[in-house]
Design a protein around this ligand. Structure first.
Ligand SMILES: *[C@@H]1O[C@H](CO)[C@@H](O)[C@H](O)[C@H]1NC(C)=O
Ligand SMILES: *[C@@H]1O[C@H](CO)[C@@H](O)[C@H](O)[C@H]1NC(C)=O
Ligand SMILES: *[C@@H]1O[C@H](CO)[C@@H](O)[C@H](O)[C@H]1NC(C)=O
Ligand SMILES: *[C@@H]1O[C@H](CO)[C@@H](O)[C@H](O)[C@H]1NC(C)=O
Ligand SMILES: *[C@@H]1O[C@H](CO)[C@@H](O)[C@H](O)[C@H]1NC(C)=O
Ligand SMILES: *[C@@H]1O[C@H](CO)[C@@H](O)[C@H](O)[C@H]1NC(C)=O
Ligand SMILES: *[C@@H]1O[C@H](CO)[C@@H](O)[C@H](O)[C@H]1NC(C)=O
Ligand SMILES: *[C@@H]1O[C@H](CO)[C@@H](O)[C@H](O)[C@H]1NC(C)=O
Ligand SMILES: *[C@@H]1O[C@H](CO)[C@@H](O)[C@H](O)[C@H]1NC(C)=O
Length: 340
């Protein structure tokens, strides 16, 4: 899947990491280019708190590539792969992995700029198959709950700032979760400006303080840009993955697994996604979107509210589909693309 390939490698403890941030000085040249850009993404939600359930799949648009950007019409888009609905227990979303579909990923059409997101899910249980619930921003601020299927009593948490881990040891494992394949558990990302908490079944299992992520130059390596919520089931144990990724995920996928043979696919099941927005400032009724401004001194763009449209064809310069939303790029757009 896009958010995992290439840039990740496991450490000896088999946690997934990206490359470590280079010194701030090395970043600054590209940062000056990168941050002179205007990005528009859809506001978290008109309501402060929204519970997404999956009685059916009517709020999910089947193909992100052809989504028009109107978040009133759909809550999720499928970026890749195939979904089903169990049509039981009030309806549950099923993400499917087959040998040919490359896995499945969905993204929320609205972006969260801080908030508490709880997903109730059942993971996969197969070597090389990873279930994930993450937040991802357009400049790759990322917060992860990930579940390599080789071990169904643990989950892994991780955090990236602009695509890199702020510390080598930031990836961590939470043990002692009862059978994540057979049982629903509530996994929470509680992302606030001052701290990031990870919870399992309402119990905090990990806290990362923003203040601990500030480097000696005063740059905060802490996720701080509007992010979509992404759900995925992806094949890490395949021969195009880096050897470390395969090892991290528990080895190569066995496509002859009896579960795969009987269902015709691997799967992970989502019961609900509960989103409480926590914007540092409250939007007024004319606000529809977030925009990025420039802020090269902190190497992080400023984020502001806007009434700009996120609909396709509404952009002033150039619209590029990305994660189910749209980038509207200004003069330095190529500098940004060059970095990605
Ligand atoms: C978005 O979709 C809603 C619901 O269909 C519709 O009422 C609204 O006019 C659409 N917004 C735009 C800007 O087209
Ligand atoms: C989405 O649509 C594009 C363009 O029509 C197509 O190339 C792509 O295969 C579709 N993706 C899925 C997951 O159906
Ligand atoms: C069950 O869900 C699927 C979507 O996966 C849908 O196509 C189908 O019509 C549903 N079946 C029933 C009986 O509701
Ligand atoms: C999963 O991890 C736990 C804790 O590290 C360990 O005790 C257990 O043996 C592991 N299970 C498997 C199947 O590897
Ligand atoms: C977590 O708390 C919410 C809200 O109080 C509650 O609805 C939910 O059932 C709790 N989850 C668990 C697993 O205890
Ligand atoms: C990788 O796997 C695919 C299908 O599973 C196979 O067709 C291909 O030959 C493999 N490539 C290598 C280099 O092993
Ligand atoms: C840039 O960041 C600094 C420190 O966070 C802040 O004081 C300043 O207002 C920001 N500038 C812009 C243009 O947002
Ligand atoms: C609503 O908020 C936007 C963005 O913060 C601001 O530009 C606008 O003036 C505000 N409108 C009103 C009526 O307060
Ligand atoms: C945004 O607000 C400005 C100033 O009130 C207005 O001129 C503009 O038409 C609005 N844009 C949209 C897309 O509503």
């Amino acid at each position: 899947m896009e958010h995992t390939n290439a840039r990740h490698y496991p450490s000896v403890t088999l946690l997934r990491h990206a490359r470590i941030a280079p010194p701030a000085a090395a970043l600054s040249v590209s940062a000056a280019l990168v941050l002179f850009v205007w990005v528009v993404v859809t506001l978290c939600t008109p309501m402060l708190w929204i519970l997404h359930t999956f009685a059916d799949n009517s709020r999910i648009f089947s193909n992100a590539t052809t989504f028009d950007g109107n978040a009133t019409e759909y809550d999720w888009v499928v970026n890749q792969g195939n979904i089903m609905n169990t049509n039981s227990s009030g309806g549950e979303l099923v993400m499917i992995l087959t040998e040919s579909n490359g896995g499945t990923r969905l993204s929320s059409t609205r972006y969260v700029h801080y908030g508490t997101i709880t997903t109730t899910l059942k993971t996969g249980r197969w070597n090389g198959v990873v279930t994930a619930f993450i937040t991802m921003s357009n400049i790759k601020d990322e917060i992860d709950w990930e579940f390599p299927g080789a071990n169904t009593t643990q989950g892994q948490t991780n955090m990236f700032w602009q695509g890199v881990v702020p510390q080598k040891t930031i990836g961590d494992t939470t043990d002692g979760i009862s059978d994540t394949f057979s049982n629903y558990h509530d996994y929470t990302i509680d992302w606030q400006p001052d701290a990031l908490n990870f919870l399992v079944d309402n119990k905090t299992v990990r806290t990362i303080k923003q203040s601990d992520m500030v480097d000696s130059n005063g740059v905060s390596h802490y996720p701080n840009t509007p992010s979509s919520i992404q759900l995925s089931l992806w094949p890490a144990g395949i021969n195009t993955s880096a050897p470390g990724t395969v090892q991290w995920a528990g080895g190569m996928i066995n496509w002859d697994d009896p579960d795969y043979k009987s269902a015709g696919h691997f799967y992970a099941t989502i019961k609900k996604v509960d989103i409480k927005c926590a914007d540092p400032q409250s939007p007024n009724s004319s606000v529809t979107s977030y925009v990025y401004g420039s802020n090269s001194s902190t190497m992080t763009p400023s984020v502001a509210f806007s009434n700009a449209s996120v609909l396709v064809n509404a952009g002033p310069a150039l619209s590029v589909p990305f994660h189910g939303s749209w980038w509207i790029l200004g003069a330095a757009g190529l500098g940004l693309l060059g970095l990605l």
